[in-house]
Design a protein around this ligand. Structure first.
Ligand code: GLV
Ligand code: GLV
Length: 343
């Protein structure tokens, strides 16, 4: 009998062809263009040896248990794995494939876009323009002005901050250096001494310094702060009310990591009361169920987009292909091309 593979999402023609080419596989494919319903997943998972998932499907202990002991590989089309209960896989020696690296540039690009959108008041200026009433105001010397990202006239220093300093943060730093920022501070929980690397990076990018700091200093000194840490309980609400109160009133917060890193209620308060200048969000707590009356949708200094930071055609195709080849590699060759370390 054929090997059952649960495919919780059609990930595109080219990568589905890679799965379909496995003649001894029986693909059970969710037939709709939205995340698979839990009921469908639960009904179809038992007996599966491999599984393709996206962020929209939760891989819980319960699901893994009901799928059965034959499950060997889960392949997710994402860099984030907070939708997967990792101990449930680790304890059963189930392996996990994921898709880092190929999305680094796209997410970094989008992070810059959100920094600019938030600092330059794109949300409120679009609202005015689309209301058809721009003509009542005309061009104004200070209309929709916001803080400059880099140093420039009247601004000698500009500090970019990163909560988490992995691949995407560093790619974002390379980009924002070109806008004229002069310093970089970052927080990461790793204990390794990186000072030599940081100095080399500063020299390469023409910055005065790149420096690891504590959270308190990160909040206080960042003009633009990018939150690029994984989701999950370790990073839940790191950006809370106390953190936001320490930020500069001219600062911009950009979250392209995971929604729950930032406390939504505290952020709304920070925007309303001007603790920070603005926010650019690709991710938000509770997504994708964001009702039209969600407070962040009504904050003029908040630029918000629906989790599309990696959404270039090239990147998504590369993620999908990696997701497919990770599964094939894991089940056919005993080697997952890009494997998440569960140890
Ligand atoms: C996107 O958020 C991803 O984890 O790939
Ligand atoms: C703006 O459009 C300017 O001419 O300064």
């Amino acid at each position: 009998s054929k090997t059952k593979i649960l495919v919780c999402r059609d990930i595109g023609d080219k990568s589905m062809a890679v799965l379909r080419a496995q003649e001894d596989w029986n693909l059970v494919i969710w037939p709709h263009d939205r995340p698979a319903d839990k009921e469908w997943v639960y009904a179809n998972a038992p007996g599966s040896v491999g599984m393709v998932v996206t962020l929209g499907e939760k891989v819980t202990e319960e699901l893994v248990a009901l799928t059965g002991p034959q499950l060997k590989v889960v392949s997710t089309m994402s860099v984030g794995v907070d939708h997967v209960e990792l101990p449930a896989l680790a304890s059963r020696h189930i392996r996990l494939g994921y898709t880092p690296d190929v999305l680094t540039d796209a997410v970094a690009d989008c992070s810059i876009m959100l920094a600019l959108m938030a600092s330059r008041n794109v949300t409120s200026s679009q609202t005015l323009l689309r209301s058809g009433t721009w003509g009542n105001l005309g061009w104004g010397p200070y209309l929709f002005c916001g803080p400059q990202i880099g140093a420039g006239p009247g601004k000698k220093e500009s500090t970019v901050g990163f909560l988490g300093f992995g691949r995407i943060s560093q790619a974002t730093l390379v980009r924002i250096a070109a806008f004229g920022v002069t310093r970089c501070v970052y927080y990461n929980s790793g204990r390794k001494d990186r000072s030599a690397e940081d100095q080399a990076l500063a020299d390469k990018l023409g910055l005065k310094e790149v420096k690891r700091v504590e959270l308190d200093e990160l909040a206080r000194s960042s003009d633009v702060l990018f939150t690029l840490v994984p989701g999950g309980k370790d990073t839940f609400h790191i950006v809370d009310e106390a953190f936001l109160r320490k930020m500069k009133p001219t600062s911009v917060l950009v979250n392209t990591g995971r929604g729950p890193i930032v406390d939504t209620q505290a952020l709304v308060k920070a925007l309303k009361e001007g603790w920070i200048w603005g926010a650019g969000l690709d991710v938000v707590e509770g997504e994708p169920n964001i009702p039209a009356d969600h407070p962040l949708l009504h904050e003029p200094r908040c630029a918000i987009i629906p989790h599309i930071a990696s959404a270039t055609i090239e990147t998504r195709e590369a993620m999908a292909m990696l997701c497919a080849t990770n599964l094939v590699g894991g089940l056919k060759e005993g080697k997952i091309g890009v494997e998440y370390d569960l140890s």
